[in-house]
Design a protein around this ligand. Structure first.
Ligand code: KG4
Ligand code: ZN
Length: 372
């Protein structure tokens, strides 16, 4: 495949980024000065966990209403904390998809208002591109690079070729790992979102007591599967509950075994994805992880080991920039402006918006979850 990397970034820019595709209302101001690492001047994330906790998952209608109320507040705080104003920024970037339609519409309507009111151009951003490009914001790594995007609704290995050029090397054939964390947490009656809760419990548990499956292990390619793992956790929970043994020691061991399984699956398939990147694109210098699950410490350290064995630099953004935030949306806007975007005249909500529109969809993927 012939490639002309787009690495040239020559103009200083300050962009306001808005994110409301799931259950976080986020606004941030990011400044880029050529040759320097971008500066996240502010990043405000107003989470909605409290609103959804009793439902055990994100309720789209509740999320959309909360975004409509909070976008204003998040934006005002982001501008104040950055010590700037709408007059001083260069553009407004907003998540246009994929995600929950109500949240996307709330974000786009708000951003359109800000854009018209301030006279600044508006850019509709792909949320997944925001995640995938974060490593360029934090470490200014060069295109093309391999990346693993692991979040609540997505899991894919990507060759990131340019700000809007992505090649999917592989991905989940069923659940996303974040979904598996969330559903397993629910089975164990842990708090929502499940990832941080499972990670905390896993720190106190024995990863060897429960040996959970590693689906697709040893198979060719870098597709992944997590639904069997979640089912196995469910079965163990049921057995323990029946025996009256689902107490905190067992829950910690279940969490540790589950987290170890996810981390082993991701490590094995990362090794395969790196080989595939090298065959199809060229030798990788850097490998980036992104998305909410990339905040997990055990996963970070096992993928770091995979990279060090191959002398590849491992880039894992600060956990606050792995989970949903406005800075990644602002940065994706900066990237697009640098390759010539002037603003999008018609920003539409796109609940489904694959990063790689050329590769065939993976069978079974994308049917469930708030970000499917
Ligand atoms: O990227 P994100 O904030 O939203 C989506 O785009 O989906 O990812 C949210 C997901 C949730 O499933 C959450 O449980 C998971 O990321 N997550 C974690 C951790 N922090 C968040 N999973 C494992 N370990 C964590 N520390
Ligand atoms: Zn996300």
């Amino acid at each position: 495949m012939s490639l002309r990397p787009i690495n040239h970034m020559c103009r200083p820019l300050t962009v306001l980024g808005l994110e409301s595709s799931c259950d976080d209302t986020a606004a941030a101001v990011v400044e880029y000065i050529p040759g320097e690492i971008a500066q996240v001047r502010s990043s405000v994330v107003l989470g909605q966990q409290g609103l959804h906790v009793s439902h055990g998952g994100v309720v789209p209608e509740i999320a959309a209403r909360a975004h409509a109320v909070r976008l204003d507040q998040a934006t005002e705080r982001a501008l104040t904390e950055a010590g700037t104003s709408l007059q001083e920024i260069d553009a407004v970037a907003v998540t246009a998809g994929p995600g929950l339609i109500g949240g996307l519409l709330a974000g786009i309507a708000f951003a359109q208002g800000v854009s018209v009111g301030s006279g600044k151009p508006l850019l509709g951003i792909n949320h997944l591109a925001g995640h995938a490009l974060t490593a360029r914001m934090t470490d200014l790594i060069e295109f093309p690079f391999p990346a693993l995007l692991v979040s609540g609704g997505h899991c894919q290995f990507l060759a990131v070729l340019g700000p809007d050029r992505f090649l999917r090397l592989g991905g989940t054939i069923d659940d996303a790992p974040g979904e598996a964390f969330d559903k397993s947490a629910r089975l164990m009656k842990l708090s929502f979102p499940g990832g941080p809760a499972v990670e905390e419990m896993a720190g106190m548990g024995d990863p060897d007591r429960f040996r959970f499956p590693r689906p697709l292990s040893g198979r060719q390619g870098c597709n992944l599967s997590f639904s069997g793992l979640k089912t196995a956790v469910g079965r163990s929970c049921e057995n323990l509950r029946r025996d009256g043994a689902l107490e905190s020691r067992s829950i910690a061991d279940l969490c540790a075994g589950f987290q170890r399984a996810v981390s082993d699956i991701l490590a094995e398939k990362t090794a395969t994805a790196l080989e595939e990147f090298s065959d199809r694109i060229g030798r990788a210098r850097d490998f980036a992880i992104c998305g909410g699950v990339a905040a997990n410490r055990e996963i970070r350290s096992s993928l770091k080991a995979v990279c060090s064995e191959r002398s590849i630099r491992f880039i894992a953004p600060d956990p606050a920039l792995c989970t949903d935030n406005g800075a990644m949306i602002a940065w994706a806007g900066i990237e697009r402006i640098h390759v010539g975007a002037k603003g999008d005249s018609d920003v539409r909500a796109r609940p489904r918006w694959p990063l790689d529109s050329v590769s065939a969809p993976i069978l079974g993927h994308g049917k469930r979850g708030p970000k499917s």
